[in-house]
Every structure is written in structure tokens, then in C-alpha cells.
Design a protein around this ligand. Sequence first.
Ligand SMILES: *Cc1c(COP(=O)(O)O)cnc(C)c1O
Length: 429
Amino acid sequence: MNRTKSNELHHEALSHLVGGVNSPVRAFKSVHGNPIYFEKASGAHVTDVDGNLLVDFVQSWGPLIHGHSHPEIIAAVHEKMLNGTSFGAPHLGEIELAKRVKNRFAHMDKVRFVSSGTEAVMSAVRLARGYTGRDILVKFEGCYHGHVDALMVSSGSGLATFGIASSPGIPQDTVATTLICPLDDLEAVEYAFNEHGDNIAAVVIEPLPANNGLLIQRPEFLKGLRALCDQHGALLIFDEVISGFRFQEGSFGDMCGVTPDLTALGKVIGGGLPVGAYGARSEIMEQLSPLGPVYQAGTLSGNPLAMAAGAKTLDLLDDEAYEYMERLGALLEERLGAVLEKHGNPMRLVRRESLFWLSPGDGDPAIRADQIPSDAAGLYADVHRALLERGYMLAPSAYEIGFISTSHDESHILGMVEAMDDALSTMEW
Ligand SMILES: *Cc1c(COP(=O)(O)O)cnc(C)c1O
């Protein structure tokens, strides 16, 4: 596969953009190569600037649940665009999307739209702190909540410790109010509450952690968090930016029988345009400005094009769509599982409906960050490159998940499995 033009553009971009990219995961740093420059994309396929056609399992990192440039979504955006690109004033599209969001997230009486997942979580955290009048947050090792200062934290040593900023530029004082616990460890959270209960504003978690592998939590763990929050008057915030709208049954919280106080959303909710949202019961949401004292605003919040893309995306997510993606997921699980086994299980497939992850090693898939083998990246880099050569694009990192969309079909799944079989035959590990 020739990538001359991609490489040229990357070298030019290096003079203008930091590392040539506007989001670090797009750099091929961990898979040792240069990023691929896209020219256009349609359905399951991306065409790069050198004219190569790739089957895409990244799908813009989650938003494109109906694939690239879905004709109905494009038409909805186009129609709205003719009436103006941004109003900075209320319009019908905001009500339309809010109704659809509340349909899926029944605990929300009110919704606030923002423009990214980061903004949604950041704002939900501020609201939780404002509502409770408390400062401390509990977060979990291996969960990503966007680049929110207070949540960019690595764990210190020991049980439920205050964290250490995981990036320069974040004041130690900012993370000094964030406690880190391991996933799947209710005792650690209990300990945190025993020590700091009166001061904990919220427990923040991805109920289906999907940014550091796919670490499927036990419903009992999430129920335990709910009980601890209730006992101590803290709020439970579910970050469903990646898992939201991915499941036929509803939110991931619903599937586990746990209702959070606040939910943050992003990705699928905007269907490929920049949308984030957060919502809760009225009593909490009414603390927000203009009704309450907690301030949060956005020039482009509720943008008419983004609202239209989101509403159309959610309308297309009917039972048939979910059942279709589940069938493709099941096919991937069965066929890829067999191929991996044939090669001695260098990795295992972890899947929940349309989300999948190649969990490194032949052991039981991890459910805590510290159970992921630390040498995961080496083999993955080879697999990633070998699949690209064969026309299949997975995320350029061993810790990122893959996405099935309604635009994929059996041939894309079977083709990827065959490419994997072929690739693994040529490798050693
Ligand atoms: C992607 C993601 C975010 C951040 O969303 P952005 O739109 O990239 O700011 C936050 N939380 C989770 C769980 C995510 O997957």
C-alpha cells in the first residue's frame, strides 16, 4: 500500500501543527508509523489521499454509529445549514434532541447541551460540587473523562489515595481534591467514604470503561457505588460519553439496574458533529445558570447543525439497527475468537454489542486497569500495521477499542478476520 502523499502531508503538518495532529491519539506514536491522511469517507470505508480504500473500525472514535457520511444525516444537516449555521439563540432543534435524549436516559428531567464530551463531564462535575457544596471527587484508575483538569490524575500508592496530576500544567491543588480508586474494588471506595465521606461531592465513573481497553464492570460493583453515594449524600456521575446510545436496552446504567444522579454524554449524540450533553433530575439541573448559581455557558452550545445531526442519528437507531449491530458483533466474536484460538490466543476478543477490544494475552480479560499486561503494545503494533496493509483500520493503540456501525456488513467482519488470520500466520510473539 503506497502512502507517499500521506507521508508528505504529515511532514508538512509537522511545521504547523503539534506532532502533525490536533488530538494526540491520532498520531501513530504507539504503533510506530505516520498517521494516514483521509480524503473522504463513506459508510464503512475511508479513502486516503493516496487513493487507498480502508475498512474503518475506528469510525471517528465512536460518534459514527451509522458509518461515514450517512445520506440521511448529511441531508438533515444540509437542510438546516441553509437556514443558518449558528444562532446563539434558542431553536426547535434543541428541544427535539433533548426529547430524544430523555427517552433513553429516563433519570434526566432536564438536559444541557455543550460541544464535547470533555465539556459535558467538566460541567457535570462543577454542578455536582455546586449542588452538594463539597469538593472531593472519587474517580477510577483507567477511566478517561476527557482532558478535565481535576480528572487528569494518576493514582498514588496505596488504597484510595489522592492523585498526582498526570500532565504538567495541572496545579497540584486541583488534583488534591481527587481520590483515585481501582475499578471493581468496592472496599477501596468504602475506605474513601469512611475517611472523607462528608466532603465527597461525587463518584465519577465510566460504567463501561472503554478508553483503556474494554473493562466490563460487575453490576454489583456499580450498585455498591450507588449505595455508598446514597449513604453519604454524594452524587453518582456516569460518564456514558462512549457507551451512551450503544445499547438497545437503554443506557449502560439501566442495563446494570443502577440509576446515576448525573449522566454525561458525547460522541454518538452528535452523529459526527460536536455535541456533548449532561442531564439529571430537575432539582439538580435547576442549580444551573440561568435558574441557579452554578455557571456554565457556550457560544456554540446547541448548534443547529449539530442538533440536527444528533436527532437524525438517534432516529435511525431503531431496534432493527441495534439487532443488526449485535449480529455483526456476535459474528466477529465467533469467527475472530476461533482465529485467535487457532494461533494460541495471543489476545482475546472482549465485546459488548457494537464495542470490541483485543485484550492482550491469553488470560481472562482484564476488568481493572492493573490487570492489563504491560507489554500489550508490542504485538498490537505489528497486528495494526499488518491489518492496515490488508485494508483494515483499527485504532492506532492497543488500549483503544473498535466500533461496529450500521454501515458495516458481514463481508467487512469476515474480511477483517481473514486478514487477522493471515497476519498472525506471519508473526511471532
Ligand atoms: C471520548 C470521551 C470523553 C471526551 O470526549 P471529547 O468529545 O473527546 O471531549 C470523555 N469521556 C469518555 C468516557 C469518552 O469516551
